[in-house]
Write a protein that binds this ligand. Structure first.
Ligand code: PLP
Length: 393
């Protein structure tokens, strides 16, 4: 049975607030903090460098985290790179692919800026970028993607779950279409990993980027990048850890994944991330998904009863609910929620200006759920929204 009461004991901050902003960053369980403390207090050394006991123990823990992440995402561990976040992973692809003027990229209007600006930036090298519009619920039709493909299309970059709409894209179909046309696919998994099953072997995408600090419950400053074929990318950063042979005028790159992890990484963070993966697996990703889905459905049913509230996004969605209250600025709504009920929700553009403008808004309020939220919290939240609407009616 899903025991949310005992889960909440692992997140002390939840005693003080109603935290409905897990799409921005999740809270971190005490077990993960303890694993990081353990590194600092018991065996801190550098990773992959040195023969002494601390360096060896650190390296073992770091590599164990890689194994845990890989097994959780059903990928070969040698294809998993630790980054600092989703944004860094996506930029590794934008800067590491061998582009030629005239190449063509397809992305969508509802991407987070992190999966949008890196592609727009390539336009100055003569690369064309097509931006596909969603339907009114934030769903991208794979047929529209297929229609935008031309002979020069090299990459399709799309988020698995929209951080604005909560919509879950049909990435399976999009990947099939892309591969039929010899096009690579980058999936931005910032809002999917840790909230739903992600099976990278079944998905067969070429690149998958996610953050440790969102659904994966790890610390900020950690990210995961899956690269199917190391030969597809040049490493963006070079230095310690990326080479195994250096002469006075040449060097030889490490095999995968070392060549993509330059310099001393976020060792405590990666060790914490390994522990957070274990934490999720102990509860079970399917159980987490079910719990978050139930809360989301309930929250939508409560919000839908409130006049003056408009909810965006599809019926079948991840735990992300954007809404607006007519006549009210989203930041004001968020501030009132915090000041009156200690409810933390996101407001504004959610780092996705084109998506919010598509909704003809200058900001939206967003409630997003994690494995630790409760029905009671949803009730307090919905009651608070109702009370706020009475201020303007
Ligand atoms: C869909 C999506 N992509 C990318 C990002 C960027 O994540 P990070 O800031 O961890 O790099 C976010 C963050 O909210 C996101 O929701």
């Amino acid at each position: 049975m899903y025991d949310v009461t005992s889960i909440r004991e692992d997140f002390p901050v939840l005693k003080d607030v109603i935290y409905l902003d897990s799409a921005a960053t999740t809270q971190t369980p005490v077990q993960v903090v303890a694993a990081m403390n353990d590194y600092f207090y018991r065996f801190a050394g550098n990773y992959g460098r040195g023969a002494h006991r601390l360096a060896r123990e650190t390296t073992n823990h770091y590599e164990e985290s890689r194994e845990k992440v890989a097994s959780f995402l059903n990928a070969d561990h040698s294809k998993i790179i630790f980054t600092k976040n989703t944004t860094e992973g996506i930029n590794m692809v934008a800067k590491g692919m061998e582009w030629h003027a005239g190449d063509h990229i397809i992305t969508t209007l509802i991407e987070h800026h992190s999966n949008f600006i890196p592609w727009l930036n390539l336009k100055r090298y003569g690369i064309f970028v097509d931006v596909i519009e969603p339907d009114s619920r934030g769903i991208i039709d794979p047929v529209d993607i297929e229609g935008a493909i031309n002979d020069n299309t090299r990459l399709i970059a799309i988020s698995h779950v929209s951080n604005v709409f909560g919509s879950i894209q049909d990435i399976e179909s999009i990947i099939r279409i892309a591969h039929r046309n010899d096009i690579q696919v980058l999936v931005d998994g910032a809002q999917s990993a840790g909230h739903m099953t992600v099976d990278l072997s079944a998905l067969n995408c070429d690149f998958f980027a996610t953050s440790g600090h969102k659904g994966l419950l790890g610390p900020q400053g950690t990210g995961v990048m899956y690269i199917k074929d190391p030969d597809d990318l040049e490493p963006v950063y070079l230095g310690g850890g990326t080479v195994h042979g250096v002469g006075i005028d040449s060097f030889e790159l490490e095999p995968f994944p070392g060549r993509f992890e330059a310099g001393t990484p976020n060792i405590p963070g990666v060790i914490g991330l390994g522990r957070s993966i274990e934490y999720i697996q102990d509860i079970g990703i399917k159980n987490i998904e079910k719990h978050e889905n139930e809360l989301t459905e309930y929250a939508i049913s409560r919000l839908s009863e409130i006049p003056m509230v408009e909810i965006y996004g599809p019926d079948n969605r991840a735990g992300v609910i954007p809404f607006s209250i007519s006549g009210m600025n989203s930041h004001d709504v968020a501030m009132i929620m915090d000041e009156t009920k200690r409810i933390c929700v996101r407001s504004g553009y959610h780092c996705a200006m084109p998506a919010i403008e598509f909704l003809k808004l200058d900001g939206a309020v967003r409630a997003s759920f994690g494995l630790y939220n409760t029905v009671k919290e949803v009730d307090i939240f919905a009651d608070a929204v109702g009370q706020i609407t009475s201020l303007v009616s």
